[in-house]
Design a protein around this ligand. Structure first.
Ligand SMILES: [Zn+2]
Length: 89
């Protein structure tokens, strides 16, 4: 059965400070430096979560400090390659 999350509000979100290598996360690709950063743990651990909804997110990139507004369609699921606040996956 597909598992999904529907986001339906405006969120101010913070990047997760440290990622577990091999863990799956939900986040964004920074519009300035293109690095991925995570805002949520991906609860299925598989990267196959279905994300939907009209939400928007205001987030600050932990790599370059660029603040950006992102929509739910811009959420990406990625697997952390190494420790630290970001991944280039
Ligand atoms: Zn950035």
């Amino acid at each position: 059965m597909p598992q999904g999350i529907r986001f339906t509000a405006v969120f101010n979100v913070s990047a997760l400070p440290a990622l577990i290598p091999g863990g799956w996360y939900i986040g964004f690709a920074c519009k300035q430096c293109r690095q991925h950063f995570a805002i949520l743990h991906e609860p299925t651990g598989t990267g196959t979560l279905e994300i939907s909804g009209p939400a928007s997110f205001s987030a600050t990139c932990p790599n370059c400090d660029a603040r950006g507004d992102y929509s739910a369609t811009e959420l990406v699921q990625f697997q952390a390659a190494q420790g630290g606040p970001s991944s280039t996956a």
